[in-house]
Design a protein around this ligand. Structure first.
Ligand SMILES: NC(=O)c1ccc[n+]([C@@H]2O[C@H](COP(=O)([O-])OP(=O)(O)OC[C@H]3O[C@@H](n4cnc5c(N)ncnc54)[C@H](OP(=O)(O)O)[C@@H]3O)[C@@H](O)[C@H]2O)c1
Length: 237
């Protein structure tokens, strides 16, 4: 049984991962902006074992938020050995943006980069203890190649990928293994605005949840650093 923090568990990929890992018997601590979003769902604290299930407020734009969430989790579970970063936002900001879009660039930087950085930093002392911690980060294919003109989103995901590489380097000798998951379109609220691509043909959140579950079974010697997956063929020429 792992003791797992999952950010962005109110919806989409994070929620699918939480449901899967809960079913498998792990202790899970969910960081969400609004706890009420989980009321009357299978992730409602009232319906789960309080020794193995926690919901705490977490806002990636608040620099103290991860500390409070981690302290509360360690108090309940005794430790943390896994962090799964799913909180993220999407913006269509282009390279030549309007003046009023600078706030979107600042927000995407805070949520997609500084948020996971701080959460990892604050959890590090616990992750370093038992030589088998795991960090899984929802990056994106947009963290590997810049397609079209999604300047701010892609910038944030390239930066996040770079953080993943540093996490891997700095955590290696303490047994911390990092996996960056890089999907193309996944059928969640985030992809709703993509009307040229049928929802049912996108990658589904439950498939990413299965990948996470499989990753947590692997020994230190076999954890992939990066998993890229796509619902469509991309050919560069
Ligand atoms: N969907 C895709 O096509 C796709 C593809 C590649 C990578 N990804 C990445 O996968 C991750 C999850 O995406 P998704 O598709 O599940 O998106 P989603 O359905 O839009 O869910 C986003 C999650 O992030 C949370 N969040 C947003 N701002 C936050 C903040 N300031 N503090 C804390 N949590 C915040 C949301 O919480 P609220 O409910 O409170 O808003 C929600 O739980 C993201 O990093 C995304 O970039 C997604």
């Amino acid at each position: 049984m792992r003791k797992i923090l999952i950010s962005g568990a109110s919806r989409g990929i994070g929620k699918a991962i939480a449901l899967k890992l809960l079913k498998e018997g792990h202790a899970i601590s969910l960081g969400v902006r609004k706890k009420e979003d989980l009321m009357n769902t299978p992730l409602d604290p009232k319906l789960n074992d309080p020794e193995k299930f926690l919901v705490h407020t977490y806002d990636a734009t608040d620099k103290n938020s991860s500390k409070e969430w981690i302290q509360s989790t360690v108090k309940t579970f005794g430790n943390i050995n896994t962090v799964i970063h799913c909180a993220g936002i999407f913006k269509k900001t282009k390279l030549i943006f309007n003046n009023n879009e600078i706030k979107d660039i600042e927000e995407i930087w805070k949520v997609n980069v500084l948020g996971p950085w701080l959460l990892t930093k604050d959890a590090w002392e616990y992750l370093s203890i038992n030589n088998s911690a795991r960090i899984i980060v929802l990056v994106s294919m947009s963290g590997k190649r810049s397609k079209g003109s999604l300047a701010s989103y892609s910038m944030s995901k390239f930066a996040l990928m770079s953080l993943c590489q540093t996490m891997r380097n700095e955590g290696w000798n303490q047994g911390i293994r990092v996996t960056a998951i890089c999907p193309g379109w996944v059928n969640t609220d985030m992809a709703k605005g993509i009307n040229h691509f049928p929802k049912e043909s996108m990658t589904q959140s439950k498939d990413i949840a299965n990948i996470c579950s499989n990753l947590l079974e692997l020994p230190n010697s076999s954890v992939p650093f990066e998993i890229s997956l796509n619902c469509q063929l991309e050919i560069s020429d």
